[in-house]
Design a protein around this ligand. Structure first.
Ligand SMILES: Cc1ncc(COP(=O)(O)O)c(C=O)c1O
Length: 450
């Protein structure tokens, strides 16, 4: 059976045929791909196609697929018992490892996903400050808990609007949404509501609207403003953590968040999340303090084994310079071609994170990201999926359009792709989510294996 056949079969028993909406390809059209196996930087699909994977399961697989040492650690942990619902020595060792690599995190609580980590961080901030409201940024995704599925409303000084049905307005009324990189907007909210704000939550370097870096002074300003008004600063590093260095982005740039959330890489491909911060704040969590948080599978031994081995390898091999050089080569190649061909395209890149944005101008926030040529992006996406790693882009300019004849940007795109071959860049895949509300566009990642 191929991907299309599996999709038909899955649709009968799984809503939309997928277990996470981004996998449905709604944003780019076409039939979702079903994956069979992965090793290193390559994956094999149910259609028999081999692809280079620049998505890495949306971030966790910084070491590539099925890295031998990680698989060995997982098998050993599994053979010793899949779960106890009680304490294991490895949890303490893993927390020690994280706190040694991220000194701002004096204490760590493990959970089972990024969503759960952020949900706990917000509850902790509310419990610690005794306040209710939070400020988030448009285009930053923090998981799917009620009060974080919020898009900006008509005005900054009113609560946001939910981007999902089924969310109580009471949850979203507690949330203000500001444009990313807009310190003035945050100041405006704080001026009116400063003494009600429990936390400001931000992706310190954004990955969920494509790669968007914080402008100079943005994070420093957030640190200053929150300290002044008594709110906590939460850095959501579920994507960033251990992505650009064997520590957090906050630690790298020297800005201390009050609470940091982690996920993805720290689980090495297994489900995990973590929150951490100074002991003064973390000790408000149960059983030490009044903020309740629990989980049957929290600190699961198999997930901890995968995460621990991954962080140890990252610490010991320090692949970050290599990934920066690979990422830069890719981005510079794309940008050179874009300039030569006068394309509406530029590639943002930092370390192993990159996003080709289909517009010339820089992208500083969600509005900029949404202003990119979405049709060109969809065409590019499908073309890349159609290219096997060996034959590499076998059929330009015959670019496949899911349903309609190719729109004009495709010819330009074909040229772009032809040139990519000349520059010998192995660009096979960059994904874009289907969530229509935010036009989410995750950045691509290079892995250690390339
Ligand atoms: C920054 C950020 N926070 C939180 C989450 C939620 O993590 P999870 O999907 O593990 O629940 C994500 C997921 O993409 C994320 O990118």
């Amino acid at each position: 059976m191929n991907s299309a056949q599996w999709f038909e079969r899955a649709k009968a028993v799984i809503p939309g045929g997928v277990n996470s909406p981004v996998r449905a390809f709604n944003g780019v059209g076409g039939t979702p791909v079903y994956f069979k196996s992965g090793k290193g930087a390559k994956v094999l699909t149910e259609d028999g196609t081999e692809l280079i994977d620049f998505c890495g399961s949306w971030g966790p697989l910084i070491l590539g697929h099925a890295r031998d040492e990680v698989v060995e650690a997982v098998c050993k942990a599994a053979a010793d018992g899949l779960t106890f619902g009680a304490n294991t020595a490895k949890e303490a060792e893993f927390a020690e490892l994280i706190t040694s690599l991220v000194p701002e995190m004096e204490m760590v609580r493990l959970v089972s996903s990024g969503t759960e980590a952020v949900m706990t961080a917000v509850r902790l901030a509310r419990g610690y400050t005794g306040r209710r409201k939070i400020i988030k940024f448009d285009g930053c995704y923090h998981g799917h808990s009620d009060y974080l599925l919020v898009a900006s409303g008509s005005g900054l000084l009113t609560g946001g609007i939910s981007s999902s049905a089924g969310v109580s307005p009471a949850a979203t009324e507690e949330v203000f949404v500001a444009p990313y990189n807009d310190l003035e907007a945050v100041r405006e909210i704080i001026k009116k509501h400063g003494d009600e704000i429990a936390a400001v939550i931000v992706e310190p370097i954004a990955g969920n609207m494509g790669l968007v870096e914080p402008v100079a002074g943005f994070l420093e300003g957030l640190r200053e403003i929150t300290a002044e008004c008594g709110a906590l600063l939460i850095f959501d590093e579920v994507i960033n953590g251990f992505r650009l260095a064997p520590t957090t982005f906050g630690h790298t740039v020297g800005i201390k968040a009050d609470i940091t959330t982690l996920g993805k890489i720290i689980g090495g491909g297994m489900p995990i999340g973590a929150i951490g911060g100074p002991a003064t704040i973390m000790s408000h969590l149960a059983p030490l303090g009044p903020v309740y948080q629990a989980g049957t599978l929290s600190g699961n031994p198999v997930a901890v084994a995968a995460g621990m081995k991954t962080l140890e390898l990252l610490r010991d091999e320090s692949p970050y310079l290599k990934m920066e050089l690979l990422g830069r080569k890719l981005a510079e190649g794309i940008n050179r071609i874009a300039a030569e061909k006068n394309l509406q395209l530029h590639c943002a890149q930092k370390g192993g994170m990159f996003t080709p944005f289909f517009r010339k101008e820089p992208v500083c926030n969600l509005d900029d990201s949404k202003a990119c040529d979405q049709k060109a992006h969809a065409a590019y996406f499908h073309h890349m999926l159609d290219c096997s790693t060996t034959g590499f882009i076998p059929r330009p300019p015959d670019l496949k359009s899911p349903s309609s004849p190719p729109p004009t940007p495709m010819n330009t795109l074909a040229n772009f792709l032809k040139h990519l071959i000349n520059y010998n860049l192995t660009l096979a895949r960059c994904t874009r989510s289907s969530r229509k509300v935010t036009k989410k566009k995750l950045c691509g990642f290079t892995t250690l294996c390339e």
